[in-house]
Design a protein around this ligand. Structure first.
Ligand SMILES: Nc1nc2c(ncn2[C@@H]2O[C@H](COP(=O)(O)OP(=O)(O)OP(=O)(O)O)[C@@H](O)[C@H]2O)c(=O)[nH]1
Length: 320
């Protein structure tokens, strides 16, 4: 990396951290201001503090299972050390949360984990309204800015609006898009997109899919068919099956994750709308429960507001 690039990267890191801090403000308020209240005036962590902590974590959408895990670990620590004060409690909590979050190995849109894959194929799944289209648009933008050639595939052919919205994003970001009329076979769109990506020497192909959950078998069949067809063009595709979830829906996001992981091999998560929600704790619960890395987070409506998730930065931001 040249000196200019180095400083540019540093500057954008600082900006991203500021955005992240801002996004997590409500989650922080919900979580830590309550924890501080629960422990204020107490010299040690007793059962009352632990009970309150449990309630606070559950209410912050960390999820019951993950909360119990955290509480048990703190209890074990209290039993061992007999006395822990409240600032130590914060440190333990921070370490526990960090250890429960899965590591995201992608840390730069420039060397985007392609390995030998060209095109690197991302199949995007998720229900309507969670921010799927927006996430695809932002991702295409970030990848393009980082010097990648990107093509989009509009394989959500179920709703005309979905294709139109994606076309708008393609225009805005200035990347190519492959689309067919509404009602076309999604697998056929995916096939065309990959053929076009190969012919054009694209680095990344991002395929949108319809997010109908009402019939799990139908969803599973549709996604399996899309995958099989893609593999005819790019063996090993899709390299990333990205599930988009709306963090502000809290426990609903966990339920959707359950459903989609049963229907297909999701290996990356995008959590949108972290800004403006107090339910950011859901990132911790989902990461712990499903052991799938959160790869991207949406921190606003703007084109720039997508970040590669970094667990250390996330936890730093929460505990600032
Ligand atoms: N604040 C905020 N809003 C977001 C974020 N991501 C998406 N949105 C908004 O969420 C709304 C839904 O986003 P879409 O991308 O249209 O959602 P979708 O899942 O594709 O849904 P359909 O297009 O209706 O299928 C839009 O108003 C977006 O601007 C985010 O990270 N933060």
């Amino acid at each position: 990396m040249g000196l200019f690039d180095f400083f540019k990267k540093k500057e954008s890191n600082v900006q991203e951290q500021v955005e992240l801090d801002k996004s997590l403000e409500k989650t922080k308020e919900g979580l830590f201001s309550k924890i501080t209240k629960a422990v204020v005036g107490k010299s040690t962590v007793d059962d009352d503090v632990l009970d309150e902590l449990e309630e606070i974590l559950v209410n912050s959408d960390v999820g019951v299972q993950t909360t119990l895990k955290i509480i048990e670990r703190i209890q074990a620590r209290v039993a061992r050390d007999k006395y822990i004060n409240t600032s130590e409690l914060n440190e333990i909590l921070r370490a526990e949360i960090q250890s429960l979050l899965s590591e995201n190995n992608s840390n730069d849109f420039r060397n985007f984990e392609y390995g030998d894959h060209k095109p690197y194929v991302i199949m995007v799944v998720g229900v309507n309204g969670v921010g799927k289209t927006t996430t695809i648009g932002k991702l295409a933008h970030k990848l393009k800015l980082a010097g990648n050639k990107v093509v989009l595939g509009a394989a959500d052919t179920f709703r005309a609006a979905a294709v139109d919205q994606l076309k708008l994003w393609a225009e805005r970001v200035n990347v190519r898009i492959v689309a067919q009329p509404m009602g076309s076979d999604p697998a056929s769109v995916a096939f065309d997109t990959l053929q076009s990506a190969v012919a054009n020497g694209d680095d990344v192909a991002i395929i949108d899919t319809a997010g109908r959950l009402h019939n799990k078998v139908a969803l599973m069949n549709e996604l399996t068919k899309i995958k099989q067809v893609m593999q005819k063009v790019v063996p090993g595709a899709p390299h990333e099956i990205l599930l988009v979830l709306d963090a502000s829906t809290g426990q609903n996001a966990i339920e959707q994750c359950k459903q989609f992981t049963q229907a297909t091999e999701v290996n990356a998560l995008a959590l949108t709308k972290l800004d403006g929600t107090a339910k950011g704790g859901v990132v911790i619960g989902i990461s712990d429960q499903f052991k799938i890395p959160v790869k991207y987070i949406g921190v606003g409506e703007g084109i720039e507001h997508l970040q590669l998730f970094n667990k250390k930065e996330f936890v730093d931001s929460l505990f600032k």
